[in-house]
Design a protein. Structure first.
Length: 368
């Protein structure tokens, strides 16, 4: 192993921890790579948790044709990284993120201009939409990289961002700079957020066999799932458990979630990751147990009219990912409403992504 490869392995593992800590990725969405020679790079594997990632799980990929060998499958976006190294000989580190503000800004599908930043210059290109891991997305990103050879950060419409650097620190600097520029652009276009009344807290619960423990307003109490007589908050949680094999449920009442729930309309995802983890759409229903139970069938979240949302997961990390991506997805939906001609994901694309994610995730957990 060369000194460059040893350093690359160390940097990728360090970057994986930093991406999560800095909120630039959620779970295994996103990927990281480092050049190890003129002809090869190392990249993170597909679907493995960054928190437990080991050096021997990193995959060596050939720049010329994105080919690889071994038992560990590389990220599905390896082709995008290969093109970055091929087109940018000076690039030594590439990160693909799902960072909050850049993901939101990308739903507009247009380049960011009208600014000047010492790291990013005066333009952030935006690649046209393509399903994750497809040649369509790869070609779209490649076209923008070829057209704008001086740009170090790229938006990927309805997906995330790609940031290039000479090394790890340089790539992270580009990602942070991109987040600053995107936040300023989105806030400027959206204006001051409209305040909404704070709804009653519906609490957090965990399933325990045929019952669940609800923590709400500082109190903890065990309730049977199939009881016909429960307090309102408990009845809503019980309805979620009856809808699917969930182990955790939580009320989400962030400002962006409240704003979307106040519209009283179905949320059609504008971002890939929301469609994957929450559902091809998220229904908005009254806070009634029967309506909530039906809304959660085949989904991991349901909007409650004017009250935010109920989110559910098979594990605590599942639940937190659903909550986080719903917040971002709601903000993206609101921003899309301010962008002329901006549309959510196509229904077929959203359904396909939900299906692929469910099958892939269940396979990794040994459930299918």
């Amino acid at each position: 192993m060369t000194a460059l490869e040893a350093r690359a392995r160390e940097d990728i593992l360090g970057a994986a921890a930093r991406l999560a800590a800095e909120g630039l990725i959620e779970r295994t969405w996103g990927n990281i790579s480092a050049r190890v020679s003129d002809t090869q790079f190392l990249i993170t594997p597909s679907g493995l948790a960054y928190e437990t990632l080991r050096e021997d799980q990193l995959v060596t990929v050939n720049i010329a044709d994105a080919s690889w060998q071994g038992n560990v499958k590389p990220s599905s976006e390896k082709g995008i990284h290969a093109d970055a190294y091929r087109l940018r000989p000076e690039a030594g580190f590439v990160i693909h993120t799902h960072q909050y503000w850049a993901s939101i800004a990308g739903v507009a599908g247009t380049a960011l201009t009208g600014f000047s930043h010492p790291l990013l210059g005066k333009r952030v290109p935006c690649a046209a939409y393509g399903l994750p891991g497809t040649q369509t997305l790869r070609r779209a990103v490649e076209a923008e990289e070829a057209a704008w050879p001086d740009c170090r950060a790229f938006l990927l419409r309805s997906h995330g961002a790609l940031c290039l650097g000479r090394d790890m620190e340089d790539a992270f600097a580009a990602a942070r700079a991109l987040e600053e520029v995107c936040e300023a652009r989105v806030r400027d276009q959206m204006g001051d957020p409209k305040p909404f009344p704070v709804p009653p807290d519906l609490g957090f619960s965990r399933r325990q066999g045929d019952a669940f423990r609800l923590v709400r307003r500082g109190r903890s109490r065990l309730y049977p799932i199939d009881s016909g007589s429960l307090p309102r908050a408990a009845a809503l949680h019980a309805a979620v458990y009856r809808a699917g094999g969930f182990q955790y449920v939580a009320h989400e009442a962030s400002p962006e979630t409240l704003a979307v729930s106040a519209r009283g309309r179905r949320l059609r995802p504008c971002l890939d990751d929301l469609a994957q983890i929450a559902g091809a759409d998220v229904l908005c229903v009254p806070a009634e147990p029967g309506r909530v139970q039906r809304a959660l069938r085949g989904r991991n979240a349901a909007l409650l009219r004017g009250m935010g949302a109920l989110c559910a997961g098979g594990s605590l990390s599942d639940l937190e990912a659903v909550r986080s991506l719903l917040r971002k997805g709601c903000a993206a939906w609101l921003y899309a409403g301010e962008c002329p001609g901006c549309r959510p994901l196509g229904a077929a694309d959203a359904r396909l992504q939900r299906l692929v994610y469910q099958v892939s995730y269940q396979r990794k957990r040994g459930l299918c």
